[in-house]
Design a protein around this ligand. Structure first.
Ligand SMILES: NC(=O)c1ccc[n+]([C@@H]2O[C@H](COP(=O)([O-])OP(=O)(O)OC[C@H]3O[C@@H](n4cnc5c(N)ncnc54)[C@H](OP(=O)(O)O)[C@@H]3O)[C@@H](O)[C@H]2O)c1
Length: 283
């Protein structure tokens, strides 16, 4: 059994991972940043730290032999600095399917840049590493939860935007599979992960309405309205690039990858399954 550090576990992508690792018998430590880790099993150790602060990561890595690592704006620079003193460490990096579009979209786009940087930094560090590249997550629909709860309404810029959304439950199941086997068994592997079917924004709104048992109104935002809404929660760099990036995605043909089913031996979960499991978060 491993001693595993999970980063980003208060967020949507990694929320399900600590419980799965605990159930498999590992000793689990979670790096808490700003959001309190209120949903965690009491047997999971927590340590406060920051992925941009090498000193805090040095402390968090003490006694750890595998880590599930999220990226930050500069990739994984602070982590690499801290991990250099841990030659026995194994790393499972949460990157993004978006990295394959970097040449197309330009390396300076911060959404892609951090993942490309992290993959390069980890390769240079030389520790045994496996990489997960998920596409868009079903849980991104949670950004609509407040407006659905209050007004029964979803507002978005591009209703035709389509993607094979991945259930974070599947992402965690794949991550747990790799950490259970040990990263050494997947050393050098890059797994691209998607959901089983392409859904548009319009499809998602329809499915959520069916699951919640009430039709939802869809309102198409103007670009000005979309940017003003984003500016309330996102960095200026993210806001600057948002519309060009979304326009790029409209020109790409979304591709379903069978990796989740191949690795887990069962079908990947659909957006509808995710919506049923998370309906309470919209109600
Ligand atoms: N969402 C997607 O569609 C998608 C697709 C592909 C890849 N990804 C990758 O998955 C990552 C997580 O996505 P998500 O949807 O889970 O985002 P999220 O819900 O915003 O969660 C982000 C998590 O990272 C933590 N975090 C942020 N900055 C940190 C720092 N400086 N030090 C330590 N922890 C920090 C957050 O904790 P606090 O809230 O306390 O800061 C939170 O636990 C993305 O950043 C991206 O790299 C996401």
């Amino acid at each position: 059994m491993s001693r595993i550090l999970v980063t980003g576990a208060t967020g949507n992508a990694a929320r399900h991972l600590p419980g799965k690792l605990l159930a498999a018998g590992h000793s689990v430590r979670v790096l808490v940043h700003r959001t309190p880790a209120t949903e965690l099993d009491r047997r999971i150790e927590t340590v406060t730290g920051d992925l941009t602060d090498a000193a805090s990561l040095r402390a968090a890595l003490d006694g750890i032999n595998q880590v599930f690592l999220l990226t930050v704006a500069d990739g994984a620079a602070a982590f690499v600095e801290a991990a250099a003193a841990h030659p026995g460490l194994r790393v499972l990096l949460l990157s993004s399917k978006a990295v394959v579009n970097t040449e197309f979209d330009g390396f300076e786009n911060p959404i892609y840049r951090k993942h490309v940087l992290a993959e390069r930094q980890l390769a240079e560090l030389g520790l045994p590493t496996a990489v997960l590249r998920p596409g868009g997550l079903a849980s991104n629909a949670l950004r609509w939860a407040p407006a659905i709860r209050e007004h029964g309404r979803v507002q978005a810029l591009f209703p035709e935007l389509a993607a094979p959304l991945l259930d974070p439950e599947d992402l965690a199941a794949v991550a747990a599979l790799i950490l259970n086997a040990g990263v050494d068994a997947h050393r050098g592997a890059t797994h691209t992960l998607t959901g089983p079917e392409v859904v548009t924004v319009t499809d998602q709104v329809e499915i959520l309405g069916e699951v919640l048992g009430r039709p939802l109104e869809f309102v198409r935002l103007t670009e000005e309205e979309a940017l003003a809404a984003l500016a309330r929660t996102q960095s200026p760099e993210f806001v600057r690039d948002y519309i060009p990036v979304q326009r790029r995605y409209l020109t790409l043909t979304p591709t379903v990858h069978g990796t989740v089913a191949e690795l887990l031996g069962r079908p990947a979960r659909t957006f509808r399954q995710w919506a049923y499991a998370n309906a309470f978060r919209f109600a």
